[in-house]
Design a binder for this molecule. Sequence first.
Ligand code: NAP
Length: 311
Amino acid sequence: MNATSDIHTNTTTVSPTPVSPTPVTVIGLGLMGSALAAALLDAGHPTTVWNRSPEKAKPLADRGAQVAATPEDALAAGDLVLACVLDYDALHSVLDPLAANGGLAGKSLVNLTSGAPEQAEEMARWAASHGAGYLDGGIMTTPPGVGRPEMMFLYSGSEEVFEAHRTTLATLGDPLHLGAEPGLASLYDSALLGLMWAAFTGWLHGTALVTSQGTTAAAFTRIALRWLNGAVSGFVTTYAPQVDAGRYPGDDATVDVQIAAIDHLIHAAQARGIDNALPELLKSTMERAAAAGHGGDSYASVVEVLRGDRR
Ligand code: NAP
């Protein structure tokens, strides 16, 4: 399945604004759950909240939230339930006793707790066995970004739940449905965080290099962002269809040329006492691609090394 071709964004379908905002229950009021509940309250949704440590509900009660004394009371307040707790063990510790009493039947459970794709798939089966519709979610922002339309909220699982609640979910950020397989949101979430950490560390390595000679991080970052948003963004756009086709014409810059170029980075960093673990890792990965016959191909061919034997 080509998951990306199935993505529904907020811009492709316009849902009518409901006459009265849907009541929502929010389970979990840590940093993220509190931000979710606050955004729903700001958008006028009747919002019922529950948290293991009840004191965290106070600021939301002051903004108009109904505070449930028990998870049972929280679920009884409405059909749409957003859950955002630490992990799946915590989620099961809250929901299992309710499910055993039939409390999940007929509910739409939107799980914004982070986890592995396999956990999302298991949770979807579990929810279905208790009569609930299940949507898994990945939040691609930190709490201050919740409620901003440019922030992506990734969803996968029940299309019925997504379509029924798209307007409500749009109060949290731009809702993107990636497909019916429940694990997809988690899979994308993991992939995007991996991209972020690699980009963060590459940027900080470059920052350490350039600031060693008096430039500020802010000055370097202005140049780095032009590089990322312009040229690098263009390279990635060119390489994506090469990865899909499994053919990597080396007509812009070959792996062999980039192996030679990364030696200059390693030399410059070494001369300034800067840690070279990241460029050494990148160089060895490129060398593995070259050894596999991709020296004359584009950088996109490195994906063959990263995929290993799993094609
Ligand atoms: P947090 O501030 O540490 O809050 C954790 C929440 O989980 C609290 O409500 C906590 O309740 C609850 N909890 C933990 N163990 C529990 C248990 N055994 N039973 C019941 N409740 C339990 O974390 P957070 O930042 O809100 O993150 C929550 C989820 O959102 C995580 O899965 C995280 O990966 C995901 N997320 C967070 C961010 C972010 O920027 N913060 C971004 C994307 C995704 P108590 O208050 O009683 O401890």
